[in-house]
Design a protein around this ligand. Structure first.
Ligand SMILES: C[S@@+](CC[C@H](N)C(=O)[O-])C[C@H]1O[C@@H](n2cnc3c(N)ncnc32)[C@H](O)[C@@H]1O
Length: 259
């Protein structure tokens, strides 16, 4: 079985995101979809709805990219630990934090495979080598389709949650063979599945040990897709090329059992 590390380290994965990091935020699509993910999460997670208790939540975002979703969540929570396997993405995020008033985002460059990874913040700042912090909420947006084997990553997420802590993962839905059109030919590197199938994901989350599992469509969006493979050359804005196709996006929720 290929580990997440080995696959993302290849030419299609991590390298691609390092190259794309500097221009990532210039694509309106990634902003729109992060906003939809943020809205979907706020509807589902009570702690994100009211400014009052919300500030208590410790959040871990896996595959944060340049931190688009992290910046939307951070004002409502205690702290967001934002991890990404691509150092280029984390470098852009660090620059954005420096220029922002929002300071409660902790960027970490790591391919997360172990809840006790020393790169993660410790539970107790006075014991830097002690157990790692546990979280009230774990998010990840448009990341699951880049992970070759989701089961070990779900196990890692379970291990990062506090008892009763929640998972809220968003990605496009695998609604059938046409879902393949989500990515243009030039961006197929590092894509391990064409979206998330709700039935399959529900079963997997339950198998890993999450409780109160629910995987449902949370929003939809018309995306420009290629009419033929290669219509959108790499590095060029899509503009009004291609054709529009409707994609649905799922919110995958579940909890770590109490106690
Ligand atoms: C399509 S990008 C999405 C970035 C961001 N969530 C957004 O929507 O703008 C996927 C990101 O997930 C990261 N990634 C994929 N698998 C990962 C893993 N196991 N651990 C950490 N980051 C991962 C990649 O490096 C990449 O930056």
């Amino acid at each position: 079985m290929a580990s997440a590390a080995s696959s993302l380290g290849g030419p299609g994965g991590n390298e691609r995101f390092n190259q794309e990091a500097a221009a990532w935020d210039s694509n309106p699509f990634v902003h729109q979809m992060s906003e939809e993910a943020s809205k979907a999460l706020q509807k589902h997670v009570p702690g994100l709805q009211s400014e009052g208790d919300a500030k208590k939540l410790d959040v871990l975002e896996i595959g944060c990219g340049t931190g688009l979703l992290s910046f939307m969540i951070a004002p409502k929570v205690h702290e967001v630990v934002a991890v990404d396997a691509a150092q280029g993405m984390i470098d852009v995020l660090k620059t954005k934090i420096e220029k922002s008033d929002i300071k409660n985002i902790v960027p970490v460059a790591v391919l997360l495979e172990d809840p006790e990874d020393p790169a993660l913040p410790p539970a107790d700042g006075d014991v830097p080598n002690g157990p790692r912090r546990k979280y009230d909420l774990i998010t990840s947006h448009l990341v699951l389709h880049h992970i070759p084997d989701i089961k070990p990553v779900l196990k890692t997420m379970l291990g990062c949650l506090k008892p009763g802590g929640e998972l809220g993962l968003t990605d496009f839905e695998d609604f059938g063979p046409e879902a393949k059109r989500f990515h243009p030919e030039s961006k197929m590197g590092g894509v391990y599945r064409h979206g998330i199938n709700a039935k399959w994901m529900t079963a997997l989350m339950q198998e890993v040990g999450f409780v109160d599992v629910d995987v449902k469509v949370a929003w939809d969006h018309n995306k420009r897709v290629e009419r033929w493979p290669g219509e959108f050359p790499p590095g060029e804005p899509i503009g009004d090329r291609g054709e529009k196709m409707n994609f649905t996006y799922v919110l995958c929720t579940g909890k770590r059992a109490e106690g």
